[in-house]
Design a protein around this ligand. Structure first.
Ligand SMILES: C[S@@+](CC[C@H](N)C(=O)[O-])C[C@H]1O[C@@H](n2cnc3c(N)ncnc32)[C@H](O)[C@@H]1O
Length: 226
């Protein structure tokens, strides 16, 4: 019997095809944000100070297919049951993670999304993908909504606003099991802003071993040593 892989079959496969296709429109949507980004750059503001989640409520900003498949494989290899995601958007990465939990035979991904319209669409997409039983997307600021996640946490995916990676990790750290994996996206896109995060997980002094992978826009792949 081949191992189950929910990504190979409908409904998850066709929902991902539709969402990745729709996300291509981000190129145009980003253009409308260009003036804001230029002003922010001139004022030396961080991305989070310049662009609010509300301003990006039409943008998918998703993981690539390759990155999604990497998350799915990681959750499968860990035999993950409890997965936490900071930054769900329209639910593309959440679908890859929830599919892994389904293929593992149980568990749940707790997602988080601060923008109400995105939260509603993410839930609808997960339902359409047949994965609502393996996912719960919490509405609100992840600094609040991820305070009481089920433990032990096997896998964390950080993909929300970059200035919050460290505070979110600090909230989740007591719930991590030894051997848990933390993946953080956009290390190359936000080299300067994410330097404190990378130093924290790579220093060897905070309970993590870590390296930066050339996947997507740079995945920081960290292992919790306990
Ligand atoms: C890069 S997108 C996530 C993409 C998603 N992981 C995917 O692959 O489809 C980041 C998301 O984080 C959300 N976000 C930003 N700050 C947040 C916060 N404090 N709490 C929860 N979500 C937040 C934004 O609204 C945005 O939708």
């Amino acid at each position: 019997m081949p191992a189950p892989n929910s990504l190979r079959s409908d409904p998850a496969r066709s929902v991902l095809d539709r969402l990745h296709e729709a996300a291509k429109g981000d190129r145009i949507r980003f253009l409308s944000l260009a003036p804001k980004l230029v002003v922010g750059w001139l004022r030396r503001q961080s991305f989070a100070q310049t662009v609010t989640p509300e301003a990006m409520k039409e943008c998918y900003i998703p993981v690539s297919r390759q990155a999604g498949e990497f998350l799915h494989l990681t959750a499968r290899a860990l035999g993950a049951r409890n997965v936490v995601e900071f930054g769900t958007s329209f639910g593309i990465s959440t679908i890859y993670l929830a599919a892994a939990l389904r293929d593992n035979g149980g568990g749940q991904v707790i997602g988080s999304e601060i923008e109400p319209s995105k939260h509603a669409v993410a839930n609808a997409n997960l339902k359409e993908a047949g994965l609502e039983a393996w996912s719960e997307v919490r509405l609100g600021d992840a600094l609040e909504t991820l305070r009481d996640v089920p433990s032990p946490v096997d896998l964390v995916f950080l993909d929300g606003w970059k200035d919050l990676y460290l505070p979110v990790l600090e909230i989740l750290k007591p719930q991590l099991r030894p051997g848990a994996v933390v993946v953080a996206d956009n290390i190359f896109t936000f080299r300067k802003g994410l330097r404190p995060y990378v130093e924290y997980v790579q220093s060897g002094e905070n309970g993590f071993e870590s390296t930066t992978l050339s996947i997507s826009e740079g995945f920081e792949y960290s292992f919790y040593t306990g």
